[in-house]
Design a protein around this ligand. Structure first.
Ligand SMILES: Nc1ncnc2c1ncn2[C@@H]1O[C@H](COP(=O)(O)OP(=O)(O)O)[C@@H](O)[C@H]1O
Ligand SMILES: [Mg+2]
Length: 361
């Protein structure tokens, strides 16, 4: 498979501050690759290095096998879309899209053909004559993307492009962007602090924290098999404890939490008794009123503290009677628990296999 982008051991320092630290990754042609991390973790700095607005302090960036060192932005086969789309308000849609082609001195006939073609591909056929202020937020987004795609870049870089949209439109654009990318087949590098955007749209996601990549993986693996405590917390919701390994037998550990509960957990790492650990249980892994007789199962009684109704995403917060750590528990969607209310005592539990456990450094 052809590699469109290769980032090799790239770091960027500003004075004595390191914004991007030893980042390496490769993106295959046609992939939707996201970089996910909290604000200030270095995402934009990394993207600006790929685009050529700043040079890495250390490391190498290759696009389609060619070292980009010393190439200015306009000589790299990439385009960058910002949160503020920067469409030209005095020009109509076709003029906006034609702008880059005109600077390349392509012929009028060629430009017209390409503009019509790209408008059809982004689902806006016949929109060429519209003014920018006649478009909805989602349509402006597609025009901004069309304006880049018409230049046929190897890689399209998107810096939180949905950040300025309201929630409903953002949800809709997530689906549209994914479809659009699959259709045009251009490699997308998409940065966001929104884990749902990254999970829904991407083939692969890099989780970034403090300038470093913590894990690069498929959305499914990031969620099911986080490699670090940061990823376990940042991707999806999680319940977490600190504790220590109290005992270990046949691949099962007994963990004693800081609030003095004992849980059994299946762990892969070599975690001998006495090891400080941090471990996590997903809200949907906690079962309400579990069947009796489940093996390697943690059971307890908890008191409901609040019900967070949110349609299909409804959850509740409950405090185990023997603990001091409130649990986030997903409410199953078949409405069988609609009667639950604050103050109720419920039996809950989870399989030892659903814990994800790390050595606490
Ligand atoms: N030109 C610069 N000079 C000094 N510090 C910078 C510069 N650009 C970015 N930074 C710092 O680098 C860190 C990462 O910034 P940025 O890449 O914009 O993060 P993100 O896009 O993930 O929010 C921030 O602490 C920011 O203040
Ligand atoms: Mg940024």
């Amino acid at each position: 498979m052809a590699i469109d982008l290769n980032v090799e051991n790239v770091s960027k320092t500003f004075g004595d501050f390191t914004a991007v630290r030893e980042v390496s990754f490769a993106v295959e042609k046609g992939r939707f690759f996201s970089i996910l991390g909290p604000s200030g973790c270095g995402k934009t700095t990394l993207l600006r290095m790929i685009a050529g607005f700043i040079e890495p302090t250390v490391g190498r960036i290759m696009i389609r096998g060619k070292d980009m060192a010393g190439f200015p932005p306009n000589r790299r086969p990439v385009n960058l879309i910002f949160q503020h789309l920067a469409l030209f308000p005095m020009m109509n849609v076709a003029q906006n899209i034609a702008f880059g082609l005109q600077r390349r001195r392509e012929t009028r006939a060629e430009i017209d053909r390409k503009v019509d073609d790209i408008l059809a591909r982004v689902g806006l056929p016949g929109f060429g004559g519209k003014r920018i202020d006649q478009l909805s937020g989602g349509q402006k987004q597609r025009v901004a993307i069309a304006r880049c795609l018409v230049l046929d870049p190897a890689v399209l870089l998107l810096d939180e492009p949905l950040g300025a949209l309201d929630l409903k439109l953002r949800e809709q654009m997530k689906v549209e962007l994914k479809k659009l990318q699959a259709e045009v087949g251009t490699t997308f590098i998409y940065i966001t602090h929104d884990q749902s955007e990254a999970l829904v749209m991407s083939d692969h996601v890099a989780v970034m924290n403090g300038g470093r990549f913590e894990q690069v993986d498929t959305p499914r693996n990031l969620y099911a098999r986080p490699q670090t405590p940061f990823v376990a917390r940042f991707v999806g919701e999680n319940n977490g404890w600190k504790g220590v390994v109290a005992d270990r037998q046949d691949g099962l550990c007994t963990l004693r939490t800081d609030d003095d509960q004992l849980f059994s957990a299946a762990t892969h790492d070599d975690l001998p008794p006495g090891t400080p650990v941090i471990f996590f249980i997903r809200p949907e892994a906690i079962i309400i009123a579990p069947d009796a007789g489940l093996e390697n199962f943690n059971r307890m009684t908890a008191v409901i503290q609040s019900i967070l109704f949110d349609g299909a995403n409804s959850r509740m917060l409950a405090m185990p009677e023997a603990g001091a750590t409130e649990l986030m528990i997903a409410l199953p969607q078949n409405r069988q628990y609609d009667h639950l209310k604050v103050g109720d005592r419920v039996a809950i539990g989870w399989s030892a296999r659903s814990a994800v456990c790390f050595k606490d450094r």
